[in-house]
Design a protein around this ligand. Structure first.
Ligand code: T4K
Length: 370
């Protein structure tokens, strides 16, 4: 029987390296509340991501909620429904109204040409997603934001380490959120960060993630608890030493997928964005059932039969979620609706064998229309 291949598999350092990293904690007994590992990781991440400020959080979602609250946003936020539940949930949970803009069919990011028609006098921000690690049209978004006086918050959960013309992705917009979940290119087990240029935000983000405590006897904000603990920060310090090698390995796997699937009628791969150094976070393919001879769901099922567990990221669209009780009309984002029904993200992780990529592609190629 073939082994199970999941869509991803967490990158981990050697046990010895991690044990060495956490050993001092048995002396200090300082386990959380912004300890030494936490500070060290923030510094190292600012350096790696080439950003001015990094504030760590328990996870990317908590960072996103904190950002929306601290920026004092009210009203409508323009975003896309082609994302993980977190993005839309954060907007709604903070009492804001998501206004859904469609995506581009070639890189799955927000379609900048459709943003302005969504702006009303209630719009306060744009929250685009660098989906799969593809970069949004950051210049186009900045131009619109400046013209209309809007904040820009990027969901960069997928975009750790991505650069455009050598500029780190975290330098675009007012604040960007990264996720360091176990499934991401860089992980701290669970974790996330807000990165930003405006240094005055640092203190308030730190206070927000610690109940709004501003001093030994003062609580100025109704904050929550979203502090990264020392064991997660230690995992991050270890993984950061190996992340470049992990990205190199991913690049090799993606190149193999591309080589085998590039010219198959009915299979559309993501565009390669000019000037963008990718992190190879996900490998999506979009299936045209007419040309390929099978639907996305048939390809998914066939792979399952061979113990290959691809995922339909991002289906269903967030604007169709039952939790929103029909409040949004997914037909307002027809491209996203179409792609969500046809996309499949293929297994991709650091220790996936190249032979496994060959095997996965051969299962797909055997399904081709004669
Ligand atoms: N914005 C975007 C665009 C996001 O994609 C995400 C998270 C967020 C915001 C929020 O960031 P965080 O708050 O999570 O930091 C997974 C992740 O849980 C989620 O973090 C991620 N996006 C999303 C795209 O994927 P599921 O429900 O698909 O996870 P699950 O448990 O099915 O795991 C997928 C595969 O990963 C498994 O088949 C095997 C592998 N895996 C999983 C875990 C939990 C591991 O190898 N090790 C593990 O520990 O959501």
């Amino acid at each position: 029987m073939n082994k199970e291949i999941l869509v991803t598999r967490a990158s981990m350092p050697s046990l010895e390296e991690y044990v060495k990293e956490i050993e001092p904690l048995w002396q200090t007994r300082w386990l959380t509340n912004m300890g030494e590992k936490h500070h060290e990781l923030e510094e190292k991440l600012s350096e790696y991501l080439d950003v001015q400020n990094t504030v760590l959080f328990t996870n990317g979602h908590a960072a996103l909620e904190c950002i929306l609250e601290v920026l004092g946003l009210q009203g409508e936020v323009i975003t896309t429904p082609f994302t993980f539940a977190s993005t839309t949930n954060a907007i709604v949970r903070k009492g804001l109204t998501p206004v859904f803009c469609d995506i581009r069919a070639d890189d799955f990011t927000i379609d900048v040409s459709r943003i302005e028609e969504k702006i009303t006098d209630k719009t306060c921000a744009i929250l685009p997603v660098h989906v799969y690690g593809n970069l949004c049209d950051v210049e186009g978004i900045e131009e619109i934001a400046l013209k209309h006086g809007l904040k820009v918050i990027y969901d960069a959960a997928h975009a750790f380490g991505v650069t455009k013309d050598n500029v780190g992705v975290g330098n675009f917009g007012d604040v960007s959120m990264f996720s360091f979940h176990a499934t991401k290119v860089f992980n701290t087990i669970e974790g996330g960060a807000a990165v930003f240029a405006d240094g005055s935000l640092r203190e308030i983000f730190n206070q927000w993630k610690n109940f709004g405590i501003t001093g030994p006897e003062s609580v100025k904000y109704v904050g929550g608890n979203a502090k990264m603990n020392e064991f997660c920060a230690a995992m991050g310090l270890c993984n950061l030493r190996h992340v470049d090698a992990a990205i190199d390995k991913r690049r090799m796997l993606v190149e193999r997928y591309r080589k085998l699937l590039a010219d198959v009628p009915g299979i559309q791969l993501s565009v390669i964005q000019p000037g963008v150094e990718s992190n190879y976070a996900y490998f999506p393919m979009v299936i045209d059932s007419q040309a390929f001879g099978h639907t996305r769901d048939e390809v998914f099922e066939e792979l399952e039969k061979h113990h290959v567990h691809a995922r339909k990221y991002f289906y269903p669209l967030t604007n169709t979620f039952e939790s929103f009780g029909g409040r949004f009309d997914p037909h307002e984002t027809p491209v996203a609706l179409d792609i969500a029904q046809r996309v499949l993200t293929m297994p991709l992780y650091e220790d996936l064998a190249i032979e496994d990529v060959d095997r996965i592609c051969s299962i797909i190629l055997k399904m081709r229309k004669e």
